[in-house]
Design a protein around this ligand. Structure first.
Ligand code: ADP
Ligand code: GLC
Length: 492
């Protein structure tokens, strides 16, 4: 066993307290697994408006001063343990919540539903600085400051700044994990004053991007190690086409930029024990999956039949997830002999398109506009196939859940999807999903049609793939060990 490390893990979402997507799942599972490997890991996250309604927290630092530019902002730090199961054992990880009403007691985490909050850079810059201040107040020097995405991308910069200015945390190192490089935390250059970014750092090799501040870019430049959440996406980020404009920044990072595939939380997503399902099932006994399918059809008001294939989708409704090419393909798909069930929340134009489609195909399309964890579990369990036509996908967790539930993914060959799904081979029946290359309506349509035909015409192959899918594992233990190796690399 390697030496125990101390890690402060900063994330804008943590499942159990706040969640809009997969970042929250990772911010829960990875710390739990690091703790189960005996590392001293503690999470820091904002204290959002709804958290106190559901959680009893205690004050750990009544008044924490956070210097921001020429100002000092005061906040309170609260504490509660995050509890979870790892290999059947209960593990708990301390969570420190930053309470600042003006910044975090808002309707949304990042925006009001249609638009991002204009002061996001200040909100999350303050949060990032508070991460260091908490460690000071607790007189705790972590080996690793681990930040995630643009929201906490200023942590590596503030760490370097304090190391240079007063030799604080001199032996600590920073790791930045990128879950979604499409969101970069852009802000007008004027924000640099309140964020305490000196003019000499507002240059192309650091924070400057077309005259604006780019917090993610700065984070990449200042972090000791940077990784993203799959090797496939890491490869894409090094190319002009796949990098969301920052390929030169990734390339400059050389060997200090890598890809570590996320794990899947098999304690939470396990069809054999899932408490959200009307019946459980396993690869050996799939009877419960039929019951889940029936319940799904009942809930969505679709004709109840086990012989018609259901294609499921659970997704943030945003361009990243491929709706630009999926929506025009939907009528063609709904004319096939299938049912489609969709759960999603996000951009109104996508929700409106599904409203309209549901009116036209009410006996074929089940559509739920909103966020619903229990329904997400039922869709994974009760569907036969799961559609992720993403434009880009840093890792993707839903396809991992689908595989575990014997629901064959239909995915585009991008990012983490290409690292986790194996193409169906018609000559042998091997594989566990259906993959297409081009981000076009024709490609989605053809591939869905291929999957549906396989369901009807090659049931023996379909069954074989379901069994193979359910055996596939992407464990957090493997991923957590890779993170420990990355931490050690940064310390050497
Ligand atoms: P992303 O983080 O890009 O949204 P992932 O596949 O990594 O994509 O993770 C998405 C996570 O969010 C999964 O746990 C998924 O079940 C959940 N999720 C997304 N949208 C919804 C929704 N509308 N209701 C319930 N869960 C959702
Ligand atoms: C992001 C990505 C998704 C990834 C998740 C967790 O939201 O869009 O692909 O699985 O983060 O890392």
């Amino acid at each position: 066993m390697s030496e125990a490390l101390s890690i402060i893990f900063a994330s804008s979402e943590v499942d159990g307290f706040s969640k809009s997507g997969g970042l929250a799942d990772v911010a829960r599972a990875l710390p739990l697994h690091l703790k189960s490997l005996c590392h001293d890991v503690r999470i820091v996250t904002p204290f959002y408006r709804l958290i106190p309604e559901k959680h009893k927290t205690s004050t750990i630092i009544p008044s924490l001063g956070v210097p921001m530019g020429s100002e000092e902002i005061w906040c309170t730090v609260r504490h509660k343990d995050l509890e979870g199961n790892v290999d059947g054992k209960t593990i708990s990880v301390p969570v420190y919540f930053i309470e600042h009403k003006h910044h975090f007691f808002r309707h949304g985490y990042y925006g009001d539903g249609s638009q991002a909050y204009p002061d996001n850079a200040s909100r999350f810059g303050f949060f990032s600085k508070a991460v260091l201040q908490i460690c000071r107040a607790l007189d705790w020097t972590p080996d690793i400051f681990h930040s995630n995405d643009w929201h906490t991308a200023l942590v590596p910069f503030y760490l370097k700044q304090t190391q240079l200015e007063n030799a604080d945390f001199i032996k600590s190192r920073s790791v930045l994990t990128i879950h979604n490089a499409g969101y970069q935390g852009g802000a007008p250059g004027i924000f640099r004053h309140s964020l305490g970014i000196p003019l000499e750092n507002f240059v192309l090799e650091m924070f400057e991007d077309y005259g604006h501040l780019n917090l993610l870019k700065g984070g990449i430049n200042f972090a000791d190690q940077v990784n993203t959440v799959s090797p496939g996406y890491a490869e894409e980020l090094r190319t002009p086409l796949g990098s969301h404009g920052l390929h030169e920044t990734y390339l400059r990072k050389g060997k200090n930029f890598s890809g570590i595939l996320n794990g899947c939380d098999y304690d939470e997503w396990n069809p054999e024990t899932d408490p959200h399902l009307p019946a459980n099932f396993s690869a050996k006994d799939l009877a419960g999956k039929k019951e889940c399918k029936q319940e799904l059809q009942r809930l969505y008001g679709l004709p109840e039949s086990s012989s018609i294939p259901i294609i499921g989708m659970v997704s943030r409704l945003t361009m990243q997830k491929g709706f630009d090419h999926l929506i025009p393909a939907m009528r063609g798909i709904l004319r096939m002999d299938v049912q489609v069930v969709v759960l999603g929340s996000g951009e109104p134009w996508i929700a409106n398109a599904f409203d309209q489609l549901q009116k036209e195909f009410s006996d074929k399309l089940g559509w739920y506009n909103g966020y619903n964890n229990e329904l997400a579990h039922l869709i994974e369990a009760g569907s036969d196939m799961f559609l992720m036509p993403s434009l880009y996908e840093p890792c993707g967790l839903n396809q991992m859940y689908s595989l575990r539930y014997g629901t064959l993914p239909i995915v585009r060959r991008v990012g983490g999807l290409k690292d986790t799904v194996l193409q169906y081979d018609e000559s042998t029946g091997k594989g566990n999903g259906f993959i297409f290359n081009d981000p076009t309506s024709a490609s989605v349509n053809n591939t869905v049609s291929w999957a549906v035909n396989t369901f009807y015409e090659r049931p023996e192959h379909f069954r074989k793939m379901v069994k193979a899918a359910m055996k596939q594992r992407f464990t957090w233990k493997t991923a957590a060990k890779k993170y420990v190796a990355l931490y050690q690399k940064s310390l050497n």
